[in-house]
Design a protein around this ligand. Structure first.
Ligand code: DGY
Length: 325
């Protein structure tokens, strides 16, 4: 009998066919109340799950006694209880690498948009308020040659450093769990303590994962260290930041502005004070959201799941301790 897979993310026809050639698929169309009920009904027979943007906690996964693998269409794995999965020897896989460049592009888009006030000034034109040459009240600040501070020097941090160093002549400073000699050499990047990075960077960019250690890493104390001219960029996870402290820092002009792709709660509430502030560029968690990259992520997730269900070690195994091979 075929293995049973519950899919809670729509796939392209090509990838759906690839999956269905090997397993029986139950598709949950949307994660609304009805979809969640369908999911709960399908879990008891499931050997594999594939999807994203859903917190899969123990209460839900206890309904799936036969589960062997969870394939996340994301690089971030903060929606999963890794200890729980490992205890149950359920393999968890993710989709790194294929989204690195696209997510770094988003980071740089936010750097440029925030520094050069692209959204604010484009809206001014759209609103018919461009009646004479713009003056200093609408000027932005340069990006090229400014100091790029990267917190979390993983793949995406590195891709951001590459853009800053080679494309914009920016001195790169970084903070991460460990030093990265190859990065230091390639981009002339210099390691800093978190405090020194906050004090020195013109752009403070978060590219680190959300974990128990990084939750709330940046709060009032950290914003107080940043330069008044600095711009804060977050393309990692909203919960790494104390959002109320960020709003305070922006309101009191403790920092110049922010480019934010992620928020404490998503989707961002339309009443969020962040949306009242002209010095904030807010985007809808679109880091990897291009047609090409989302298809590549889905392909990677399908390959990971099929390998796991065949009893092979998947390429992107997050919890190797669960592997019995
Ligand atoms: C990721 O892949 O983790 C992106 O942030 C999308 O969730």
């Amino acid at each position: 009998m075929n293995k049973q897979v519950v899919l809670y993310k729509k796939l392209s026809p090509e990838l759906m066919a690839r999956l269905q050639a090997h397993v029986d698929v139950t598709l949950i169309d949307s994660l609304d109340a009805h979809g969640l009920m369908q999911l709960r009904d399908a879990l008891p027979a499931a050997h594999g799950l594939l999807g994203a943007s859903l917190k899969l906690d123990a209460a839900l996964l206890d309904l799936a006694p036969q589960l062997q693998a969870v394939s996340s269409v994301s690089v971030g794995v903060d929606n999963y209880d890794i200890d729980y999965l490992t205890r149950r020897q359920i393999l968890l896989t993710n989709t790194p690498d294929v989204l690195t460049e696209t997510t770094a592009d988003t980071g740089f888009a936010l750097i440029l948009a925030s520094a050069r006030r692209v959204v604010e000034l484009a809206n001014l034109v759209r609103d018919g308020q461009w009646q004479r040459s713009i003056g200093p009240a609408h000027f932005g600040t340069d990006v090229h040659g400014k100091t790029l501070g990267i917190i979390g020097m993983g793949r995406i941090g590195e891709a951001l450093a590459q853009r800053g160093h080679f494309g914009f002549g920016m001195p790169v400073i970084y903070h991460s769990q460990s030093r990265k000699p190859a990065v230091e050499q390639r981009f002339a990047a210099q390691y800093r303590s978190l405090e020194d990075l906050l004090r020195q960077a013109d752009f403070v960019c978060l590219t680190l994962p959300l974990t128990a250690q990084t939750e709330g890493l940046i709060g009032a104390e950290q914003f107080a260290l940043m330069r008044r001219e600095s711009i804060f960029i977050n393309i990692s996870r909203g919960k790494v930041v104390d959002e109320a402290a960020l709003i305070d820092a922006l309101r009191q002009q403790r920092i110049r502005g922010a480019g934010l792709d992620v928020f404490e709660r998503e989707p961002l509430n339309p009443d969020s004070p962040l949306l009242q502030l002209n010095n904030v560029v807010a985007t809808p968690h679109m880091g990897s959201a291009t047609h090409e990259t989302r298809e590549a992520m889905a392909r990677c997730a399908v390959d990971n799941l099929l390998a796991a269900l065949r009893g092979e070690k998947p390429a992107n195994l997050v919890n190797p301790a669960a592997w019995q091979g």
